[in-house]
Design a protein around this ligand. Structure first.
Ligand code: SF4
Length: 284
């Protein structure tokens, strides 16, 4: 039996012409966003502010995480025209900051790393004054794949740790906690000046001391920026919410993480890895 949503999770979403304009632009460009595929609760706000997180490499993931609404199953071959279409959409949306993410493509030799690189290069060649953040899969911990992405010159390398190691078998069964930490460490080894970022969801049954340990492990991997948000069940088929974390607790965790040494932290019930990404980047 799912627990009722608390008042702080009920709010009216802005909508308006910008939302429709962005939605239309994306569908005309045959482009996917994680906003739509993962049923992000902030989509109205972000689209209305003309921001979106582009989902490349198709809309079907080769993995099946218990919290994620993205469709999973066999994926189509990558579409060679996609990097330029993303760049064209970024230009048309007059974005100053773009987040590029993807489904996990364990079926590809480099996990899709070269496609990330092509998309970053296409965007940067078309829109010069752009800040690029990539939110990547773990590339199965493949150093060369991470290097391919970093060498394409993103400003922020984001890879979500998602939850505490004890819950991985339920939440991210095809992923590995230490592999994800290593991916963040590799990014720093390859380019020590890059900003690395990660995110954790709360409300899946994690304990307070486990959260603090994740903060320590991320800092040990050189992570600069952290996002902390509330897990929300996308459909009844997905993992149930174990608890709703109150806003004051998110504030407490933000203070704790900043005191521990993160350069930037966004923490709150509606915080997602690329929510207000530009503002967080500016705060670092
Ligand atoms: S790997 Fe990413 S896109 Fe795939 S199911 Fe997990 S969270 Fe969703």
């Amino acid at each position: 039996m799912s627990i009722p949503k608390p008042p702080w999770l009920r709010r009216r979403w802005p909508s308006g012409p910008n939302y429709e304009q962005v939605r239309k632009l994306l569908s005309e460009g045959h482009l996917h966003t994680v906003c739509q595929e993962a049923r992000c609760p902030n989509i109205w706000e972000c689209f209305s502010q003309k921001t979106a997180t582009f989902l490349i490499l198709g809309d079907r993931c080769t993995r099946n995480c218990g919290f994620c609404a993205v469709a999973h199953g066999p994926s189509a071959p990558p579409d060679p025209g996609e990097p330029e279409r993303v760049a064209a959409a970024v230009k048309r949306m007059a974005l100053k900051y773009v987040v590029i993410t993807s489904v996990t493509r364990d079926d590809l030799q480099d996990g899709g790393a070269s496609f990330f690189a092509d998309t970053i290069e296409s965007v940067r060649s078309l829109v010069h004054e752009i800040i690029v953040e990539v939110l990547t899969p773990d590339f199965k911990g493949n150093f060369e794949a991470v290097k391919t992405v970093i060498c394409a010159g993103p400003h922020v390398f984001n890879h979500n740790i998602e939850t505490v190691p004890r819950l991985y078998s339920m939440v991210r069964p095809q992923a590995d906690y230490h592999t994800s930490l290593n991916v963040l460490k590799m990014a720093k080894q390859i380019d020590p000046s890059i900003i690395t970022k990660s995110g954790i969801m709360l409300g899946l049954g994690e304990k307070e001391h486990e959260i603090t340990k994740v903060f320590q492990d991320l800092l040990m991997s050189g992570c600069n920026v952290l996002t902390i948000g509330q897990y929300l069940q996308p459909t009844k088929k997905h993992l149930p919410v174990k608890n709703f974390v109150p806003p004051e607790k998110f504030q407490e965790l933000k203070d704790e993480a900043l005191n521990m040494g993160f350069d930037g932290v966004a923490s709150g019930p509606f915080i997602r890895s690329s929510y207000h990404a530009k503002e967080l980047f500016k705060s670092v």
